[in-house]
Design a protein around this ligand. Structure first.
Ligand SMILES: C[S@@+](CC[C@H](N)C(=O)[O-])C[C@H]1O[C@@H](n2cnc3c(N)ncnc32)[C@H](O)[C@@H]1O
Length: 340
C-alpha cells in the first residue's frame, strides 16, 4: 500500500489568515475522526471499499449523515473515493482497523471521553492543579479506566517491538516487576519471548479490571500475577531482576519519582535492570511534549521530567551504566536503561 501524506486542513488556505480556523478546523477534524471511530466506520471498510448506501447501512446511520461525514473524511485524507465506492486510505487502514498494524480505535473512544473533561482546562490552569485527577474520575466512572487501559494497550502494541529490540534481557533474569503495568501486554510479550521470566504487575485496581482475562487468554496465568495497589505506598516485594517503569513517571511528581526509583533500586537484585519509558523534557520543548505536559497539568497535576532529573534520581538510588535511547518517531518517547 502506498502512503500519501494527509492534507493539513488546519493550516489557513488563503493569504488572509482567519483567526478562528486554528480552533474550528482542528475541532471538526478531531470530531469527525472520533465519530468515525465511534460509529465503526473505518472498521466497516476494513475488508474493502463499499458503496455509500451499504456503508450507511453497515454503521446503522442515515445516508445523508454518512455522506457528509465521508466527504469531510475524504478531504482530510482519512477516506478516499474509488468510483462509486468509499475506501479507507492506506494510513487509516493501518492505524484504525483490525486489519492494520495497530488499531488505535480505543484511542478515539478514549478521546471522546477526554474531550468534555478538557473543557475544564482553564480552571486547572487558574488553580495550577486538576479539579479532579484522572484516577479519581476513574473510581467514579469505572468505564473510564477500561477505556484508558484499552488505549494504553494499543500504544503498547505499537511500542512492543521497540522494547524487545532495546531491552537486554539475560538468561539469568527470572523475575520481572511491571510497575503501572495496566493492560499487562508488556509483561505478556516479554514472558512469551523469554520462557525463564515470570512477572508481577502493580497498578491501581481501576486499571486492572481486564488484565487477568488478557493474561489468561495468553495462557500465562501461572507466570504473571497481579498486585493491585498504589505504587507510591504498595509493598511490591524484592528480589527482582528487571523492573519496568513504563510511561508512569510522568504521572508522579519529582519527589515521588525520586522515592519510587530509590525503592526500585532496593528491590532489584545486584546487576538488575531498570527500564524507564518516558517523554523527556528537552529544550527547546517539542510541540508534542508541550501538549502532553498541558494534558498532565489537567489530568494528574504532574509534568514530564528532564534528563537531568532522571540522572540524579538514578545516581542517588545507586544505579550506574545509565543510557538513553530516543525512539523513532520521537512521539514514541525515549527509553532510559540503568543497572543496579
Ligand atoms: C500511561 S499508563 C502506562 C501503562 C503501561 N505501563 C504502558 O506503558 O503501556 C500509566 C499507568 O500507571 C498507572 N499508575 C499511575 N499512578 C499509579 C500509582 N500511584 N499506583 C499504581 N499505578 C499507577 C496507571 O493506572 C496507568 O495504568
Amino acid at each position: 500500500m502506498t502512503f500519501v501524506p494527509k492534507p493539513n486542513v488546519c493550516q489557513p488556505s488563503g493569504s488572509a489568515e482567519l483567526a478562528m480556523l486554528d480552533v474550528y478546523m482542528p475541532m471538526m477534524k478531531s470530531a469527525a475522526i472520533i465519530s468515525a471511530g465511534r460509529l465503526g466506520l473505518f472498521e466497516a471498510l476494513a475488508k474493502g471499499p463499499l458503496p455509500l448506501a451499504e456503508l450507511a447501512a453497515k454503521i446503522q446511520s442515515s445516508l445523508q449523515g454518512t455522506a457528509t461525514l465521508a466527504d469531510f473524511l475524504v478531504v482530510i485524507g482519512y477516506l478516499e473515493k474509488q468510483g462509486e465506492c468509499i475506501a479507507n486510505t492506506a494510513s487509516t487502514q493501518r492505524w484504525f482497523t483490525s486489519e492494520g498494524q495497530v488499531d488505535y480505535t480505543p484511542g478515539l473512544l478514549w478521546t471522546h471521553e477526554a474531550w468534555p473533561m478538557m473543557g475544564a482546562l482553564a480552571e486547572a490552569v487558574r488553580s495550577g492543579t486538576p479539579g479532579k485527577t484522572l484516577w479519581d474520575a476513574m473510581v467514579e466512572k469505572p468505564q473510564l479506566g477500561q477505556l484508558f487501559s484499552a488505549y494504553m494497550a494499543a500504544f503498547a502494541t505499537d511500542l512492543g517491538p521497540d522494547l524487545l529490540e532495546h531491552v537486554p534481557i539475560e538468561a539469568t533474569h527470572q523475575r520481572l516487576l511491571d510497575l503501572g503495568g495496566s493492560h499487562g501486554l508488556h509483561s505478556i510479550r516479554f514472558c512469551q519471548r523469554y520462557p525463564q521470566l515470570s512477572a508481577v504487575i502493580v497498578d491501581l485496581p481501576s486499571a486492572l479490571t481486564e488484565t487477568g482475562a488478557t493474561i489468561a487468554q495468553a495462557e500465562l496465568s501461572a507466570r504473571i500475577h497481579l498486585s493491585p495497589g498504589d505504587l507510591l505506598e504498595h509493598d511490591w516485594g524484592s528480589g527482582f531482576d528487571v523492573v519496568f517503569y513504563l510511561s508512569v513517571a510522568h504521572n508522579h511528581t519529582a519527589e515521588d519519582n525520586r522515592r519510587v526509583i530509590q525503592r526500585i533500586g532496593e528491590s532489584l537484585n545486584p546487576g538488575g535492570l531498570l527500564v524507564i519509558h518516558e517523554y523527556i523534557e528537552d529544550m527547546p520543548l517539542k510541540p508534542f511534549h508541550a501538549a502532553f505536559s498541558l494534558t498532565l497539568l489537567f489530568e494528574t497535576g504532574t509534568k514530564i521530567h528532564r534528563q537531568a532529573d532522571y540522572s540524579s534520581w538514578l545516581t542517588a538510588a545507586g544505579f550506574s551504566a545509565v543510557s538513553r535511547i530516543d525512539l523513532n518517531p520521537q512521539e514514541k518517547g525515549s527509553l532510559i536503561l540503568a543497572r543496579r
